[in-house]
Write a protein that binds this ligand. Structure first.
Ligand SMILES: C=CCn1c(=O)c2[nH]c(Cc3ccc(NC(C)=O)cc3)nc2n(CCCC)c1=O
Length: 593
């Protein structure tokens, strides 16, 4: 009886012939294997032990200084037809792409071990979960994938079972094949290529995060979004958070924000004192990726496909996210942070003093920040004090509301509700952030980032909008769609909204709107809460601040809708007519106002 892993075994053999490793190690994901890998990495300097008293089993990795973030210009989606990749992706013809990158893989693992990393994105017994296998020559990637996914024997067993089921149906097994090598860490020989029609990823030349931990952005978003379109579900760049009210009722919200809006902070929110005292609780399901599928009841049911957090370290502090800080005190891998005199991890925003910067140099402010702005922590999701056991639920959690947001210092109110699904898709397609000096130097340039999926949508953005619209079908019990803006500023340039824990007040209104238990004003841009519709007790917000936060400036919105129209036109014929019609409807409503 042929082993059901023939396809996998053949692929590993083919890759080994190409890459020429000294040895092959099939990962089982066990503690013993992990300890051995970490000991090996400590010996060869890939990992540096941090202070065992304050940070037990915590490790520091310093990446190559040229390898500190995702490289979007070298990230390709290689579909047969260029149009299917869309204007939102760099494209290369598949055969040319395979030839180009295979030439770089030839012999690249000589003197190295080839690790076979079977993994499952999602709870191991969930029908919404999907499996993959990453081949890599980086033990650092293996250790990170063990934290970020369900990695090892249980995943291999599920792949074997699903391969047998596929064979019985005369089909190919559907696990995603990811081939990764750090290569020579040469930026000139660095590519991250996706072949969605082949469920294949090939990445070489980077050892960093989204380029190398292939389960995350490459599988769970780029391949995942392509798979989701063809199978009728949604793979989204969203946090999932559960809000439990004093009556013990929990509602789940999925939310998408561009970077620098505090997604992880929102997913681990601490309720304000008054709310906590009444019994409100916030539960973390996930901080980055959400896979949602229509259930029998017509609702969207969601899982977090990841098992860990790969969070941005700078900005994580007792005041911005105490839950995250508590999570990373043990069993954490830090990448490109600084260290203090007593060997504790350090980054801007933490108390204490850095003595060694992210490149291992004595800290000198002239060299810039001590911790790299994109420095990260990798930690198991279960360690978070607000972790919800529902993150392991095979059927997922039912989504009551979808929230889009952005950093908008002007015009956009604190929160508004879309009138229906099509309007909500327009709101998501139009979302964006104004750039901050930290990001690009220029301040106040509006960058649209539809559903926060611009770098991660594995196919034509216009087709993606059409896929979203397709969920509004008979029998669907769809979540309501909202837009929030924590970042409104007053004339004095100060933030008008306290944000952080007080955002629960907005989430409360959102959930009450889903239950039909909260009031709102009907405006041309959607439903906006009046002052009396939000619970603001304990906040010292003056009336003028509230008028600004909850106001709709028709002239300003006229200009915004015209800009949204131009943005949709940039997708040409692939932008759904229904979405352009929705833009015209809102523009007309504003003109009548
Ligand atoms: C759940 C929290 C979401 N959230 C917010 O809601 C938020 N709001 C702001 C702006 C702001 C900054 C400081 C104060 N207050 C004081 C006292 O400084 C208030 C608002 N920054 C915020 N940040 C940090 C963004 C960078 C990652 C943030 O994460």
């Amino acid at each position: 009886m042929t082993s059901q892993l023939d396809t996998l075994n053949r692929w590993v053999d083919d890759v080994a012939r190409l890459t020429q490793p000294d040895s092959i190690h099939w990962c089982d994901g066990s503690d013993a294997e992990n300890r051995a890998l970490i000991a090996q990495m400590e010996r060869d300097g890939t990992l540096i032990a941090l202070n065992p008293e304050t940070h037990p089993n915590c490790w520091l990795h310093r990446s190559h200084p040229s390898d500190v973030a995702r490289v979007e210009h070298l990230t390709l989606v290689c579909t047969k037809n260029k149009e299917d990749a869309g204007p939102n992706n760099h494209w290369m013809e598949p055969a040319e792409a395979h030839a180009k990158i295979d030439a770089l893989f030839a012999g690249c693992m000589r003197g190295r071990t080839l690790y076979v990393v079977p993994y499952c994105m999602g709870p191991i017994d969930s029908p919404i979960a999907r499996c993959g296998v990453e081949i890599t020559d980086s033990p650092y990637v293996v250790a990170n994938m063990r934290i970020m996914t369900r990695m090892g024997a249980p995943a291999l067993a599920r792949i074997e079972r699903e391969s047998a089921e596929a064979a019985a149906r005369g089909e190919q097994p559907a696990f995603v094949k990811g081939l990764h090598s750090i290569g020579e860490l040469d930026p000139e020989k660095r590519f991250i290529m996706h072949f969605p029609e082949e469920l294949t990823i090939k990445s070489i030349g980077s050892g960093y995060g989204g380029n190398a931990l292939l389960g995350k952005k490459c599988h769970a978003l780029r391949i995942g979004s392509f798979q989701a379109k063809s199978e009728g579900w949604l793979a989204e760049h969203m946090l999932i958070v559960g809000i439990e009210n004093p009556q013990g009722e929990t509602h789940y919200v999925a939310a998408a924000f561009p970077s620098a809006c505090g997604k992880t902070n929102l997913s681990m929110l601490i309720p304000p004192e008054g709310y906590r005292a009444k019994g409100w609780k916030v539960w973390t399901i996930g901080d980055d990726i959400c896979w949602m599928t229509p259930g029998e009841d017509g609702r969207l049911w969601a899982i977090n496909p990841e098992a860990g957090y790969f969070g941005v370290a700078p900005g994580t502090s007792k005041s911005t996210n105490p839950n995250a800080l508590a999570t990373i005190q043990r069993d954490t891998i830090y990448t490109n942070v600084a260290v203090t005199a007593d060997n504790q991890p350090w980054w801007e925003g933490l108390p204490g003093t850095p003595v060694t910067d992210w490149q291992g140099r004595p800290y000198d402010p002239k060299n810039g920040p001590a911790a790299h702005p994109n420095s990260r922590f990798t930690v198991s999701a279960r360690q978070c004090p607000s972790w919800s056991a529902q993150a392991e639920a095979a059927q997922g959690v039912p989504i009551s509301a979808i929230v889009f947001g952005g950093r908008r210092p002007s015009l956009v109110p604190l929160v508004f509700e879309a009138r229906d699904w099509a309007h909500g898709v327009l709101v998501g397609a139009a979302m964006g952030s104004e750039t901050t000096a930290a990001a690009t130097g220029a301040v106040g340039v509006l960058r649209r980032d539809s559903m926060a999926m611009k770098p991660f949508c594995g196919y034509n953005y216009g087709d993606y909008f059409a896929h979203w619209l397709s969920f509004d079908r008979p029998g669907a019990q769809l979540p309501k769609i909202f837009h929030v803006n924590w970042f409104r500023k007053g004339a004095d340039g100060k933030f008008l909204w306290p944000g952080f824990g007080d955002n629960l007040r907005v989430l409360e209104w959102i959930i009450d709107r889903c239950k039909g238990e909260a009031g709102a004003q009907d405006t041309p841009i959607g439903f906006v809460p009046g002052k009396r519709d939000l619970h603001l007790e304990g906040l010292d917000l003056d009336d003028q601040a509230l008028d600004t936060l909850l106001g709709v400036d028709a002239a300003g919105w006229n200009a915004e809708l015209a800009d949204i129209g131009r943005y949709l036109d940039s997708f040409g014929a692939r932008a759904p007519a229904a979405l352009k019609a929705e833009q015209r409807r809102v523009a007309d409503a504003l003109a009548r106002d």
